[in-house]
Ligand binder design. Structure first.
Ligand SMILES: NC(=O)c1ccc[n+]([C@@H]2O[C@H](COP(=O)([O-])OP(=O)(O)OC[C@H]3O[C@@H](n4cnc5c(N)ncnc54)[C@H](O)[C@@H]3O)[C@@H](O)[C@H]2O)c1
Length: 330
């Protein structure tokens, strides 16, 4: 990839979380000047240990994206803004829908307004979710598939995505929107099972406990290793012709939860698979089978995922075996 990030000024919202911190590490290696903004939302992925390898090479601002004064200042002079801050817990979005709406919609709007007023040249890359589609009516799911979200988190993501596109189309602010599949890898929170299912399965295996698979485990999901997602984020950011549109990011391959859990047990060499009934809370936000159609992003940016599921799981297990103490706390 041509390095367009050498000396680039980059802001990452949610930069102490899973995707944000991995992205920051990659960008520092590419020579970017990186600023992270994060409010360390309780029970989410914000973790200072995530940026241990680059802690002296990035600026960290502990602020909330809903804070207009902070954002007005933080967006200034930035070439690229990766918008990854959000309320990401699907289950919690149903318990606390107002908080979800406030962070995901108001927060996005505050960021867009700050850019519009203080840095209209900035390029905004928005990390939305495959949940925006809701229940699949055909597989694989392309970008023309209907959007019928089954939970508040997915609705607020879809709304935030539309805001980014309105600012692009009407106000001239360059924005690109990704609908990202379930992503896994090092630096994800491991405190609870309410989001990040593959990482949670890994925790159960490493604790040599039963991995709870809901129902008969036949539901299909598309899992992407975080390093592949970083490639997609960076390629989308630098492919200027791709802005103003929406792209799926996924592996393009489905695996059932049953097969996934068995694979993790085999690779870890510990844990076991257990089938448990869906809880009511889980059933409410479960959209069923999902596999991404990734032709559009491949055509637009030449991105393609390169990490096999076995390799990604192995790398993730190695990371948490080494750094468990920084992630296991609840
Ligand atoms: N991980 C996935 O599988 C996945 C899939 C699809 C989309 N996404 C999206 O990618 C983004 C990043 O997700 P992640 O997996 O890294 O989650 P994460 O929980 O690890 O990171 C999110 C970060 O945002 C911060 N944050 C939350 N509200 C904030 C606010 N108001 N102001 C400032 N910071 C705030 C949190 O403290 C946390 O550090 C989210 O928008 C999420 O919806 C993630």
């Amino acid at each position: 990839m041509k390095n367009s990030f050498e000396n680039a000024n980059v802001l990452i919202t949610g930069g102490l979380g899973f995707i944000g911190s991995n992205l920051a590490i990659r960008l520092v290696a590419l020579g970017a000047r990186v600023t992270l903004v994060d409010n360390m939302l309780p029970r989410q992925g914000g973790n200072l240990f995530n940026i241990e390898p680059i802690k002296d090479q990035v600026h960290v601002n502990f602020s909330d994206i809903r804070n207009e004064l902070s954002m007005n200042y933080l967006v200034q002079g930035k070439d690229y803004i990766f918008h990854l801050a959000g309320q990401v817990n699907h289950v919690d979005s149903m318990r606390n829908p107002i908080k979800d709406l406030d962070i995901n919609c108001k927060g996005t709007l505050v960021l867009l307004e700050a850019c519009q007023r203080h840095n209209p040249e900035a390029r905004v890359i928005f990390a939305g979710t495959r949940g925006e589609y809701g229940k699949s009516v055909h597989i694989p799911v392309d970008e023309e598939h209907p959007t019928n979200p089954v939970g508040i988190y997915a609705i607020t993501n879809l709304t935030a995505e539309k805001m980014v596109l309105v600012y692009h189309n009407v106000k001239g602010l360059q924005g690109i929107c990704l609908r990202i599949t379930n992503t896994y890898g090092p630096r994800h929170q491991m405190m609870h099972d309410e989001y990040g299912v593959l990482n949670w399965f890994i925790r159960k295996a490493l604790d040599d406990e039963a991995i709870p698979v809901f129902g008969d485990g036949s539901i299909l999901r598309d899992f992407l290793f975080v390093e592949d997602l970083l490639d997609a984020l960076l390629l989308c950011a630098t492919t200027h012709s791709a802005y103003g549109d929406v792209y799926n990011v996924g592996s393009g391959t489905g695996i059932s939860f049953k097969d996934l859990a068995e694979k993790i047990v085999a690779i870890a060499g510990t844990g076991r698979v257990d089938f448990v009934p869906f809880t009511r809370e889980r059933k409410e936000v479960e959209p069923g089978d999902y596999v991404a159609d990734i032709k559009k992003i491949q055509n637009a940016t030449r991105w393609t995922p390169t990490t096999s599921l076995d390799e990604g799981i192995d790398k993730t297990i190695r990371y948490y075996r080494k750094y468990r103490e920084h992630y296991w706390k609840r």
